[in-house]
Design a protein around this ligand. Structure first.
Ligand SMILES: Nc1ncnc2c1ncn2[C@@H]1O[C@H](COP(=O)(O)OP(=O)(O)OP(=O)(O)O)[C@@H](O)[C@H]1O
Length: 736
């Protein structure tokens, strides 16, 4: 394989044991080097039966890792999958639980609750709690009962924000290994104020756990909680599991959380061959998960840990590297006195001259920055320029990255208006993944409904055939569905009057109806789970859609096992519930497929989802102060202005209350701390976005959206000064 290790990478490849931390810059080759190192260790150090465990954060990374290590091993003439195992925290937890079936806290064939159902349960339990404790719930409010806002926001709190808060706290409790009853006891005997925000979350947690246990279900967080408990309570078991792994690697260590870290140490066992690679400047998931970049930072600072930095990257041009490094310096001086770790002092370096791959060297200064009068102008500009760029050179890729998904949809619509195409990174068209099969099943369960027939014919057979669609309307006005599908005289062309028969589109409809007749007959003979597969084959589903149909068939099979008397209509009635389960499966599939950038289409991605990717040209828009906060006047997401001061960021307040309960530490300004963390995280998000660009980069913001005044992010004007200065330097240079 064409790989020559770079400075920094070389030293990591020499690792043969002990605790090592590898802080790295964007594009330093974290994944690449881990894959090479794994392959080297497998060939040189491991006996058969021994393994390297690689833990990473995202499903998409798992597939990528397997492929890369497989390639490295194949290049050495070894089997592709020998000697290593790549896992996410959850899949690892699941494996550990399965190793000790007798200790499972629930029945043998436990099932995982899918996230949609989990949230619906929590919502139901939250509204039950709200109904029983209405006064307390409203006590949290900061609005006068008679204010005109009151009704709107008390509804929002009850229906959306309160359940969302509870849901995230339940995850938090579980990853902190807190049991519901124990937590409630702690609260009861504490001197937390009556109006504390922890109580409802703990109460609902207890009810939710009861409901899960009753149904023999586990949620994702339980997997982690249970597996950790098993390992901790039973040292022999922990020893047995950890003995399987000679080395433990963690990728994306900046996204680690407390539970994951504990697990890594337990699995690394006595020999502590633990290698963690990460970039704390790219820690961008903390505000909506339990990730904590301090964990990796602390690991790097630990006395027992050797540190080897990787700071060389061939991804970007020198100018883009300079801009990213400027942001590091800016963050250092800007936050020096605010005790805020936004970006660590870690600079990206271009490759050395003797490297076979060099950094891109485009002509002239290829970075621009602009603030637009309003969002409409900005989005039109971004769409037009990105589209133009994507058409310019068929080998070069282009992306528009925005802080929020909704903005991407608007830019996508503009690109379409220009006749261009785009692809959304990391999204599943979740509404369409089952449509065909669903409409067929709907029809088969009520074949007399004209609507069902229309939906089915239009969706599956007549997609763009306007004439046939029109003819179908006419036909349905004239005849009942039963007369069309099962005419007493038998189905033939002759039962339709001659004028209809002569019309454009008749043949298509007739053919389709003949097929439907066959499917209806099949539906009475074949069991529903097989029927799904039969239909999938008839409508020639392939790829992801086929995989989903196969999954639907399995779901039907499972339900039939539980309810042998059920028929197709009862199963079809379960579709909304099954859909949630399948949606999750579909998302995992999309994630696993990875994202292949098509050069002729503009990639649209949120800044978050762009992590790990790269494009030749990157536009970063929407850099406004409500998305990249800096001062207390800014709008902070996560805060509910309608809640009373001390709990206006309910999650932060609850975590502070918990900290007080457990460690007796009183956190005065929990919301302030949460703000600081958010400010820092948003700067890192900008850093991630900037470092996706190879050659061309454009940054923009706007001052109005509709009638709302906006302002560019605080950092924007300093970036602008820096870029303008460089541009001037560039034109001076060119002019001379
Ligand atoms: N020594 C090397 N020689 C040639 N190419 C390399 C080398 N190391 C890494 N690369 C290439 O650099 C690119 C970035 O590597 P990789 O994706 O592993 O980086 P990363 O550190 O995970 O990036 P990021 O932090 O931005 O996600 C890849 O295309 C990889 O093949």
């Amino acid at each position: 394989m064409d790989f020559k290790a770079r400075p920094g990478q070389k030293e990591v490849l020499e690792y043969r044991g002990g605790q090592l931390a590898v802080p790295a810059v964007p594009g330093a080759g974290k994944t690449t080097v881990l894959a090479h190192l794994a392959a080297d260790l497998i060939t040189e150090e491991l006996n058969s039966g021994q393994k390297i465990l690689i833990v990473t954060y995202m499903n998409s990374a798992v597939a990528n890792f397997r492929k890369m290590i497989g390639n490295c091993l194949a290049a050495k003439g070894l089997p592709r999958s020998r000697g290593y195992s790549v896992k996410t925290l959850h899949s690892l937890a699941l494996e550990i639980i399965k190793e000790k079936p007798e200790a499972r806290l629930i029945n043998q064939d436990f099932e995982l609750i899918e996230s949609g159902r989990r949230f619906r349960w929590i919502k139901q339990l939250s509204s039950k709690w709200a109904a029983e404790n209405n006064d307390l719930l409203l006590d949290y409010f900061n609005l006068e009962k008679n204010s005109y806002h009151f009704k709107k926001y008390s509804k929002r709190w009850k229906d959306e924000d309160f359940p969302a808060y509870v849901s995230s706290m339940i995850s938090y409790f579980k990853l902190k290994l807190l049991e519901a009853d124990e937590l409630r006891e702690m609260i009861r005997y504490s001197n937390l104020r009556k109006r504390n925000i922890l109580t409802p979350a703990a109460d609902i947690y207890a009810e939710y756990q009861f409901k899960l246990a009753q149904s023999g279900l586990l949620d994702f967080d339980d997997l982690v909680q249970h597996s950790l408990k098993l390992l901790k309570k039973d040292p022999d078991f922990a020893e047995r599991i950890s003995a399987q792994y000679s080395y433990v690697f963690e990728d994306e260590a900046q996204d680690s959380n407390q539970a994951q870290e504990e697990m890594l140490y337990l699995l690394a066992g006595e020999n502590k061959n633990l290698l963690r690679v990460g970039d704390s400047n790219q820690a961008i998931t903390g505000s909506f998960t339990l990730s904590d970049p301090e964990i990796f930072r602390n690991y790097c600072r630990s006395d027992e840990v050797k540190v080897q930095t990787m700071s060389v990257s061939s991804r970007s041009s020198q100018d883009i590297i300079d801009l990213a490094n400027f942001l590091v310096d800016w963050s250092q001086s800007e936050f020096e006195n605010r005790n805020l770790d936004a970006l660590e002092k870690k600079y990206i370096e271009p490759v050395l001259e003797d490297d076979p791959v060099s950094n891109p060297e485009p002509e002239g200064y290829r970075i621009g920055i602009r603030s637009f009068k309003n969002w409409k102008e900005e989005k039109k500009f971004l769409a037009r320029q990105a589209f133009r760029k994507s058409q310019e050179n068929s080998n070069k890729t282009t992306a528009v990255l925005m802080p929020i998904g909704r903005q991407l949809e608007e830019i996508g619509a503009e690109i379409n208006k220009l006749g261009g195409e785009y692809q959304l990174a990391g999204s599943t068209a979740s509404n369409v993944f089952l449509t065909e099969i669903e409409v067929i099943l709907k029809f088969l369960t009520s074949p007399n409904s004209a609507n069902n027939l229309k939906l089915l014919l239009n969706e599956v057979f007549l997609e763009d055939d306007q004439q046939a669609r029109q003819l179908l309307e006419e036909l349905l006005e004239e005849k009942e569905v039963a007369e069309i599908i099962f005419p007493t005289a038998g189905l033939s062309r002759d039962i339709f009057n001659i004028t209809l028969r002569k019309k454009e589109g008749f043949n298509e409809i007739f053919k389709a109806v003949t097929k439907l007749q066959g499917w209806l007959e099949a539906s009475m003979e074949i069991p529903p789970d097989e029927l799904v597969l039969f239909l999938a084959e008839r409508i020639e589903l392939s790829g992801k859609k086929l995989a989903l149909a196969q999954n639907l068939s399995l779901e039907f099979g499972r339900l039939l096992k539980e309810n042998p008397a059920w028929r197709l209509d009862q199963l079809t009635a379960e579709l909304p519930e099954i859909r949630d389960r399948l949606k999750q499966f579909a998302e995992t599939l999309t994630e696993m497929e990875g994202f292949e950038t098509a050069p002729d289409k503009v990639s649209l991605s949120t800044m978050h989802k762009a992590k790990g990717m790269e494009w030749d040209t990157v536009f970063i828009g929407g850099l406004t102060s409500d998305q990249f906060q800096h001062s207390d006047d800014d709008y902070f997401m996560g805060e509910k202005f309608y809640l009373s001061e001390e709990i206006k960021n309910p999650k932060a307040a609850a975590r502070a209350e918990l900290e007080y309960l457990i460690n007796d530490k009183k956190e005065k300004n929990a919301d302030k701390k949460a703000r600081q963390q958010l400010i820092a995280e948003r700067i890192r998000l900008l850093y991630v976005a900037i470092t996706r660009a190879k050659e061309n980069l454009f940054l923009s913001s706007h001052k109005k959206r509709g009638s709302w005044d906006k302002s560019p992010a605080y950092v924007f004007s300093d970036l602008k000064d820096f870029i303008n200065e460089k541009q001037k330097g560039g034109s001076d240079r060119n002019g001379k």
